[in-house]
Design a protein around this ligand. Structure first.
Ligand code: GMT
Length: 429
């Protein structure tokens, strides 16, 4: 069983370690209190500002994070944010149906609470949202949380709204981050529209991962409360251009195309196979497909139909993308809708140029002709041409890869984005 499982602090933190940590913190806390007292004395009567100083200096912020735990960009962003906040002194409580898959390193100040719905013969499906709401309430009360930050509006913003109502008159800040299909697809379903709209509108703060997504939320859901755009981020030390000796997917003369996703229809998976089949006619190449989902079986079938099955590797879900991405020569993402495309950013950070579709938030991440190429998702000829251009001109491919990494570092810096989330939390008072 994982050390973080269950409703308790990570097991590795022994009683002795806790005592040491408290002892280490005590002088710091005394020092912080002394500084605040000094500041208050100097300033005279406490103002709203000194009150805030007192709160933020003396008491650690306690935050709950809810996200999808299986493979997917929203869970990655939520987890990396939680880890970064914990390193900055926040107590971070993940509340989810299982341990988020990227939560694979131990960090102090990270806690995990599993929300498991009880089953009963009358249920068609166990009511997971209610179990999540109850767990949110329990964790907020037991650990004195200030804020719940939910990633993906559907249905987490609704669970957080209900938890906040249940906890009244206690004040709990609710932050909702919109990630993608919660706005562009699922939330639009008549069965979910009103509740998605209401729960986003009722959140204390709303953020979106791209300008495109913010505009889409405003235009389709009529959201009137301010939506702050905070781009997803990537750690350039983790997603770096290293070719690990011993880890090879093909012979050195074989060019590697890579795609990674949850294999949903929006990912336009058949396009990936068709583009590769065209490229394969002209050069020795392999296609590495990472991930799993409903479109995988169809893709395996299509690869056989086009006679390229021996050159397509379906690796299934892998959680070490930082090891795989640097092995690619080109990363392909021909989605029909994509609010951001975190994996494209991770590829860029690993110095891999991206050939993607020109939809949604992708043009905010990949710059056409600079860090990769963008095409209409239906224009397969354009994709083939761009991939061939990169694979037949190594200096161009390398130059684009270097620019991609430089832009990933410059525009999607983790310190900046985490700092912006912190400012959102602090604005809640
Ligand atoms: O929206 C989804 O289908 C799933 C979601 C996820 O959990 O990976 O993906 C969305 O959020 C990611 C993280 O912010 C973005 O990088 C993806 O572009 C976005 N997916 C879509 O918009 C299709």
């Amino acid at each position: 069983m994982n050390a973080r499982r269950g409703d308790r602090a990570p097991a590795k933190r022994t009683a002795a370690a806790r005592t040491r940590a408290t002892a280490k913190r005590a002088p710091l806390q005394r020092e912080a209190k002394r500084k605040v007292r000094g500041a208050v004395k100097r300033a005279g009567k406490p103002t709203a500002k000194t009150q805030i100083v007192r709160t933020s200096r003396v008491r650690r912020r306690r935050l709950g994070i809810t996200c999808y735990s299986h493979f997917g960009g929203s869970g990655v962003v939520a987890t990396e944010l939680g880890l970064a906040l914990a390193r900055r002194g926040y107590d971070v409580h993940f509340i989810a149906n299982r341990l988020p898959f990227r939560l694979r390193t131990f960090e102090s100040n990270i806690f995990f609470h599993e929300a498991t719905p009880a089953s009963y013969p009358v249920f068609d499906q166990a009511p997971a949202n209610l179990a999540l709401t109850t767990k949110m309430v329990e964790v907020v009360e037991n650990y004195d949380l200030d804020i719940l930050h939910v990633h993906y509006a559907m249905p987490f913003a609704a669970s957080a709204y209900l938890a906040r109502q249940l906890l009244l008159p206690r004040q709990l800040g609710v932050v909702t981050t919109l990630h993608g299909t919660d706005i562009t697809l699922v939330g639009l379903e008549p069965a979910f529209f009103r509740v998605t709209q209401f729960s986003i509108q009722s959140s204390d703060r709303v953020t979106a991962v791209s300008r495109f997504l913010k505009q889409r939320a405003e235009s389709t859901f009529g959201i009137t409360r301010p939506i702050e755009v905070i781009y997803n981020f990537v750690d350039p030390d983790v997603f770096a251009p290293r070719k690990r000796a011993g880890l090879r997917l093909a012979s050195p003369s074989t060019r590697i195309l890579m795609h990674a996703s949850n294999f949903r229809p929006v990912k336009n998976i058949p396009a990936v196979i068709h583009v590769f089949a065209e490229v394969r006619k002209r050069m020795q190449a392999k296609l590495v497909m990472v991930g799993d989902g409903p479109e995988k079986a169809g893709a395996e079938h299509l690869a056989r139909e086009l006679g390229v099955e021996r050159d397509v590797l379906f690796l299934g879900n892998q959680d070490c993308m930082e090891e795989l991405l640097p092995l690619a020569d080109v990363f392909l993402l021909p989605s029909s809708t994509e609010s951001f495309g975190l994996v494209a950013l991770e590829a860029m950070s690993a110095e891999v140029p991206v050939v993607a579709s020109n939809v949604g938030g992708l043009p905010e991440v990949v710059e056409h002709g600079v860090t990769g190429f963008l095409h209409d998702p239906g224009h397969l000829g354009g994709f083939v041409q761009s991939v061939l251009k990169l694979l037949t001109n190594e200096p161009l491919r390398r130059a684009m890869g270097r620019r991609a990494r430089r832009e990933a570092r410059r525009r999607f810096d983790p310190h900046e984005m985490v700092g912006r989330y912190i400012r959102v939390y602090e604005s809640l008072g």
